[in-house]
Design a binder for this molecule. Sequence first.
Ligand SMILES: [Fe+2]
Length: 471
Amino acid sequence: MVGPNTRSLIVFVALILVFNIATLCNGGSTSRYVRKLAKGDDMPLDSDVFRVPRGYNAPQQVHITQGDLEGKAMIVSWVTIDEPGSSKVLYWIDGSDQKLSANGKVNKYKFYNYTSGFIHHCTIRRLKPNTKYHYEVGIGHTVRSFWFISPPEVGPDAPYTFGLIGDLGQSYDSNKTLTHYEQNPTKGQAVLFVGDLSYADQYPNHDNARWDSWGRFVERSVAYQPWIWTVGNHEIDFVPEIGETKPFKPYSNRYHTPYKASNSTSPFWYSIKRGPAYIIVLASYSAYGKYTPQFKWLEAEFPKVNRTETPWLIVLMHAPWYNSNTYHYMEGETMRVMYEPWFVKYKVDMVFAGHVHAYERTERVSNIAYNVVNGLCTPVKDSSAPIYITIGDGGNLEGLANNMTMPQPEYSAFREASFGHATLDIKNKTHAYYAWHRNQDEFSVEADNLWIFNRYWNPVDESSTSASASA
Ligand SMILES: [Fe+2]
């Protein structure tokens, strides 16, 4: 028999336990924002955003990305349909009548019953810093002109603003997100794209015509500013049942990266310097265990980062390490176990990932003490650790990831199942201003924001500077 006194003691102990669990486990805030209902499907192929440019053999799907380690080169890519045409790019400084030219290469590929257009890639080099360049493609037939502004010289004092987009796709929400990025009063100068581009693999036989439509859709931004590419799972396109056994075939043919400049042996992992930032791009779907090419490359890469030259150290990957959504829960765990000690040792400022179709920002935490026998497997606050941002909320085709683990873990500072994008506005070597924008708000509305303090030059706690609008 349990007496009344024992019963009260049990109730008392239970209450203390509940209280402690609530105190220990409840982290930051889960947004209560309620999204308006919107169409979740892809825009039809005859939508104006997919319009084919007029003219014989007119270049389409024009896109640019950084072409070297330091931002003095740009890879210009485009597709022609009727015939190969020219792979030449003409380019000149704004206001100058001296036209320069560079020759590229053309390739095409087959995927099951699809044959690509002629895909051109041309690297233009020796760009002057912080300079507006015009460029033309389609030389000889229908010429199309675009422009971009080269980045400032690599160095600690150049302010620079990055946009952050992931898992974009080509749905109605994708279009809203891209428009919000374009209209954001904080003007992004280059996009850090964290993987999952077209979602063509969601169509029968991975209909590669949807790679083409995606290229035409995003041209309005990526022809004018470089997008820095990270590879995601929707780029794998591994379909042995239709004979497509070479992973990443459409992506590799269409999107080039300057991987050789950082001594990488694969286009899927590489580094660039851009203004005040050193950006390391990792591949979640290529081998990363000990002794693999990616492991050996990253091991050699971190010691090269000179925080006096590039104070900001940013890592991009597709599958997040810290994700408290039930979707894709723990998928980044094996890579975290391999690489997180380096991230803390080398004081990475921020890690951006996609994959989960929602938004989440963490506190600065690490989880590197565990050694199989000691049981120390809970993330702890760590001023040398990065902030992890999951920004796989571009628009995709599969819908929102709106099922969070409860209670919210302590490491999770803010999370919301919405579509949107973010900007990282690096002001100087100590301060950057970060803001996330939902795609259903007015363009200037910041649904989450934070002053970020550099881990190397200003490693103080910034968690009190956040002002999540809907928390
Ligand atoms: Fe993904």
